[in-house]
Design a protein around this ligand. Sequence first.
Ligand code: ZN
Length: 188
Amino acid sequence: MPIRPIVITGDPVLHTKALAVTEFNQELRDLVRDMFETMDEAPGVGLAAPQVGVSLRVFVYDWDAEDGAIQRGVLINPSIELSETPAGEADWDIESEGCLSVPGERFPLRRAEKTTVKGFDLAGNPVEIIAEGWFARIFQHEYDHLDGTLYFDRLAEPHKSDCAEIVAERGWGKPNLSWLPGQDKLEG
Ligand code: ZN
């Protein structure tokens, strides 16, 4: 089962705090392999385990920085430290983000400029990553998924209401909806 269906907002798995990983076993390695494939096919810059219906504290990310560096990896049982989120209104052009569980939509959201993320890799080795800008945004977005928070839970008005309207129009916001990257034409 390499590419897994991506769960759409409304399913309880997306709105529940995920459980810590306790065993770094083959099942976990299979999950992470499938998550990378699913993220790449979507395509997306990040994917959290609850988005493939697995309530575990795991996310993968893949981001090409402006300087050409490729940041790609997995974080298991992460913790996150944030710099202060700037006050004021989010900018549509430079602060809009999307989510593969609210496919095809983007809304502007203020995020902290810097994050320090600590967690474990697939072998159970500790990992620490300091990120800024868009890379830091990815970590905040994916970390939120592990606590059952979607980016639109954090939107300011009128974006929050606009997003809720779209979710209702599409018939989302209920359990058991998903889409399959590579088959369904949607994007995050
Ligand atoms: Zn998301």
